[in-house]
Design a protein around this ligand. Structure first.
Ligand SMILES: Nc1ncnc2c1ncn2[C@@H]1O[C@H](COP(=O)(O)OP(=O)(O)OP(=O)(O)O)[C@@H](O)[C@H]1O
Ligand SMILES: [Mg+2]
Length: 270
């Protein structure tokens, strides 16, 4: 793929809606100016990916996102030889493409990947900014615009999975969390058209569920699920049904917790 096509295919055309929570836009911009690698930690559905999309748009850089999983190998990131009718042909992986063409590469849920797959990012994330393609016998010097961003959820995974210190300490980091109630209400209203007062009531429910984290729930109700519930309500579904479908059933199969949440829904929307 040539440079021009690549930049066009992965460029974000329209401004993504992103409501900042603090100084993260200025800080990310400063990190990008220095090409510092960035890590974003936080619970599921709190705005990590949306923030990265927004920053890529704002900085005018193409964005390549890789959803990491435990079966992912270094070749899935870097690239591999393919066999076709004309013989063998090298195909760049997403990390290599981003490094060659000057994109932001976003490795989502990086802790899911095996550590031997993630060490390939090491020489890219220090002063070398290089990516060795061992199987191809090529050493890539990263494009000046290239930046690496990773994200993960430190909550329920941290006991079993973690990044090596030598990986972690190559990144600057943001700790994200659910927004404050007024900001979250603004997000729900903007994303779904729901009335802000009604949004605040949904958030009240989320706040009680978030207090159950560690007491039967692995994670609280995410902003993403609140957006789901608000969209159903904005389309005229009854609050009780919308909440059950978007906020209770996806979250837990525990009968006691379900009863607690149902009770809270009745109290709020009666
Ligand atoms: N600050 C924000 N501004 C605008 N929308 C937001 C914000 N935070 C959360 N949202 C809403 O929440 C949804 C989920 O956010 P996002 O996909 O960024 O979560 P995430 O942190 O990447 O979650 P995961 O770890 O599961 O990938 C978004 O689609 C958007 O509707
Ligand atoms: Mg995400």
């Amino acid at each position: 793929m040539n440079h021009g096509d690549f930049l066009k295919d992965y460029r974000i055309k329209d401004e993504p809606y992103y409501r900042p929570q603090a100084e993260e836009i200025a800080l990310f911009t400063a990190a990008y100016e220095r090409r510092l690698p960035v890590m974003i930690k936080g619970p599921t559905g709190c705005g990590k990916s949306r923030f990265v999309e927004y920053m890529a748009w704002r900085l005018g850089r193409p964005l390549l996102t890789v959803a990491c999983n435990e079966d992912m190998t270094a070749a899935d990131l870097v690239g591999r030889w393919l066999l076709d009718s004309d013989g063998t042909r090298w195909q760049d992986g997403p990390l290599t493409q981003a490094a060659r063409h000057g994109a932001i590469c976003y490795l989502d849920e990086i802790v899911e990947a095996r550590q031997d797959s993630t060490v390939v990012i090491h020489p890219l994330t220090d002063h070398r900014r290089q990516l060795p393609l061992d199987k191809k016998g090529e050493l890539i010097q990263a494009h000046p615009d290239f930046q690496l961003v990773i994200s993960y959820n430190p909550g329920y995974q941290s006991l079993v999975k973690d990044l090596k210190p030598s990986t972690k300490q190559r990144f600057t980091a943001f700790r994200f969390d659910y927004p404050s109630a007024d900001v979250e209400a603004e997000i729900l209203a903007r994303e779904t058209g729901i009335d802000p007062g009604l949004a605040l009531r949904l958030i009240g429910l989320a706040e009680s569920a978030r207090r159950l984290k560690g007491h039967g729930l692995d994670e609280g109700i995410s902003t993403r699920l609140l957006v789901y519930a608000a969209s159903l309500m904005a389309d005229g579904m009854a609050a009780k049904h919308a909440c059950r479908m978007a906020l209770v059933d996806p979250l837990t199969d525990d009968d006691d917790i379900r009863a607690t949440l149902e009770h809270a829904i009745d109290a709020l929307f009666g």
